[in-house]
Write a protein of this length. Sequence first.
Length: 321
Amino acid sequence: MKTQQNTASHLIDVNLFLQQIIFGAVILLCVFSIISPPIALLLGVLIVNVFGNPFLEFNHKAITFLLQFSVVGLGFGMNTSSAISAGKEGFLLTVLSIFSTLIFGTLLGKWLKTDKKTSHLISCGTAICGGSAIAAISPTIKSNENQTSIALGVIFILNSVALFVFPFIGHQLDLSQKDFGLWCAIAIHDTSSVVGAANKYGAQALQIATTVKLARALWIIPISILTAIIFKNKNSKIKIPYFIGLFVLAMLLNSYVPQIAIFTPNVVGIAKIGLTITLFLIGATLNSNALKSVGVKPLLQGVFLWIFIAGLGLMSILYLK
């Protein structure tokens, strides 16, 4: 009996070591830019479902830190005047898409009979900035772990699809860098996938998409206040995305302090590597159990909302400019 236990323990140790070696190897491929962000995400999904994830308990913290670090780093490659121009152009479309998505999401949730809090989290994640919005809104509505996990699962699944689908559609429609960047920021949920898809499309698309998306993320604050009123949780704490301030500071330094031009390309390069690793780690959260736990109704709501905001954003960009 004791021999069998020792053998089982040894096999577990060997499996854990193998998982760690595989994860380390993929991260090295990301560091040396051998694989692209979409491939990194796809490898994350494949590896977690075949071998497992040895660092699952640390994944969320690592994703949050790396994403924020990468976004701030990308700020060192952006110009303030171009960012302001992009922000102005995307403002009205941002307001229209956020509130129309929230309203449609509420109606859709009632029609599908999705849990009210889960429905609201999916709607906010789709309308504003994916996982960041869900993380900020969940304490405001006092959602439980299951409700938050389901909403995050829906968003992460659709983000993964967007990273491949959006550049393909953009090329098929022959969208300009400017239009594609704006469409990404409006229609893709999470900042990581927005930056990944836009970076694949081109440098101008990346600048516009990142700027508009981060300006959109600031809507977490008024939407959190509105949510607290609707759910009657007056004492709820509102999470403010402070890293956006660091992104703006990095952009200002890049625009008005020419002396730092010596090292800014290296900072941007490191930020892009950080983003690739982030997408790999996001993919490594999508194991079969996570996918099964999402459920049909929340996933349908997420898909319908995504089609709605993507269609609305694209039609507005193409015909209402």
